[in-house]
Ligand binder design. Structure first.
Ligand SMILES: [Zn+2]
Ligand SMILES: [Zn+2]
Length: 194
């Protein structure tokens, strides 16, 4: 551990909903999800906007059924820079990203909503049927379906993006050899005493 030291100046940010993995464009997309448009855009212009793409690092530290998403970069505005982390449950999309990313990804922000007034008629309900297959009380019209309430989500992916080419999947044993992952877990896990 002698080659890595904790950087107390790093400001860690975890106030986002989670991470989505989407497959379009040339590269896979890592989408940090937020509830609200304006705060997300403000955060982008305060932090990511000043990141140099080639310095962006993303680490996935696997701990059993969960993983730590850890992301940081050098900024042309170091005083307002932030690093990001979130403890997330492994999912099918995560596993697909892990298998298929081929060493690079686009990183973007997205706005997540469950507000059914904002989604289109062809949006799929959690029951698998379209919004317009549900009646005015939001119950599904398919007789075989016992869905009583239309429920869905929509992810509006913002256009701004960064190219990330430094991506690593680590186990917790590897963390001490990786400065970014070590800084994150040391600060947000090992230093916390309950
Ligand atoms: Zn249904
Ligand atoms: Zn339904």
């Amino acid at each position: 551990m002698s080659n890595v030291s904790e950087s107390p100046s790093i400001s860690w940010y975890e106030d986002f909903l989670g991470v989505a993995y989407r497959y379009f464009d040339i590269r896979m997309n890592i989408v940090l999800m937020f509830n609200e448009n304006k705060p997300a855009r403000d955060l982008w212009y305060e932090t990511m906007h000043w990141w140099n793409d080639h310095t962006i690092k993303i680490r996935f530290v696997e701990t059993g059924d969960d993983y730590w998403f850890v992301m940081g970069a050098d900024s042309r505005r170091p005083d307002t820079n932030k690093y990001f982390y979130k403890i997330l449950e492994k999912s099918g999309n995560y596993e697909r990203f892990k298998k298929g990313h081929q060493g690079s990804a686009y990183m973007r922000f997205g706005i997540y909503t469950r507000d059914i007034k904002k989604v289109k008629n062809d949006a799929l309900c959690d029951c698998g049927h379209r919004k317009d297959d549900h009646d005015e009380n939001n119950a599904c019209l398919y007789e075989i379906c016992d869905c009583t309430k239309f429920d869905t989500f929509q992810l509006n992916i913002l256009k701004k993006k960064k190219v990330v080419t430094n991506i690593k999947f680590l186990s917790e044993d590897d963390v001490k050899d990786d400065a970014l992952a070590w800084n994150c877990l040391n600060r947000n896990k090992y230093s916390k005493t309950n």
